[in-house]
Design a binder for this molecule. Structure first.
Ligand code: SF4
Ligand SMILES: [Zn+2]
Length: 270
């Protein structure tokens, strides 16, 4: 297998996998969406809320605020599922300081309440972005609440999904029939401007082939069948975009860990 990184920044990564089958790429996709641990708000105790927003809606919005879940943050907590606090009869909350992070929000001045107003008891584990609007307060309105975040997985709720995009497509292959002339209508039909036609020679060319979505709109437009679009069976373009709670590289490393442990369990079974 070969990997070529095409684009990479804090929240987005595009890479090309060669010599892999679709099942492998799909395993990366599914684990990247469903099984990478992430921290999100799960319990909300609303003490005061005289705003126009219902308590349930506010709690739901808080759950969707991306919380820093990089390696350091995840390793600072244990999973609530594995924590012994759930068996403690004196602990009626179902969580403790080992498996959760607490936030407080107190605001009684008019204006928009933002994610930066959520104060964490762990300075490292806080909202990724400061400027996510949570609710709006008018004169004489106030909000006071406590929120508790725990580690979870996307398969339980989308708020624990670190990836906003985790997708792949097979590598496009565009072929022209040399005996037929490609019309300008076909070139213009492409929504992604992949096709170009030399005005003098009428020679068709392809640019930025990796942007081709394999929609085949060009093929359907070409009445004389001057173009065909297919794909390479074992070459995949993969794209990962995160909500900022962790980097795409961290997502991929976690995917490898999960895939490894699944393979180990499978081997142990036999
Ligand atoms: S398949 Fe779609 S995106 Fe690709 S070249 Fe044809 S029209 Fe453009
Ligand atoms: Zn606990």
């Amino acid at each position: 297998m070969e990997i070529e990184v095409k684009e990479k920044n804090e929240n987005e990564m595009i890479f090309i996998l060669s010599d892999v089958d679709v099942a492998f790429a799909n395993a990366i996709r599914r684990i990247g969406m469903m099984e990478v641990p992430k921290i999100a708000i799960e319990h909300v105790n609303i003490i005061k809320n005289s705003s126009a927003m219902f308590d349930e809606v506010l709690a739901h919005r808080l759950g969707l605020v991306p919380i820093v879940s990089d390696n350091e943050a995840i390793e600072a907590l244990i999973s609530n599922e594995d924590c012994d606090c759930k068996d403690d009869v004196n602990n009626t909350n179902g969580y403790c300081s080992k498996c959760s992070v607490s936030f407080t929000l107190i605001k009684n001045t008019p204006g928009v309440v933002y994610s930066k107003d959520l104060h964490s008891n762990d300075p490292k584990i806080k909202p990724v972005y400061d400027t996510i609007p949570l609710l709006k307060l008018k004169d004489d309105q106030e909000v006071e609440l406590e929120a508790v975040a725990i580690i979870g997985k996307g398969k339980d709720h989308a708020k624990w999904m670190p990836t906003t995009v985790c997708t792949y497509k097979q590598y496009p292959v565009i072929t022209f029939n040399d005996e037929k002339e490609l019309s300008n209508d076909v070139v213009e039909a492409c929504p992604n401007n992949i096709l170009k036609l030399n005005k003098k020679t009428k020679e068709p060319t392809v640019q930025n082939i990796e942007d081709c979505t394999l929609c085949k709109f060009c093929v359907r437009t070409s009445e004389n069948k001057a173009i065909d679009v297919g794909y390479e069976e074992n070459k995949i373009i993969f794209k990962i975009e995160t909500d900022g709670s962790m980097t795409p590289k961290e997502v991929l490393l976690k995917v490898c860990d999960v895939l490894n442990s699944k393979a180990d369990r499978f081997i142990e079974f036999f």
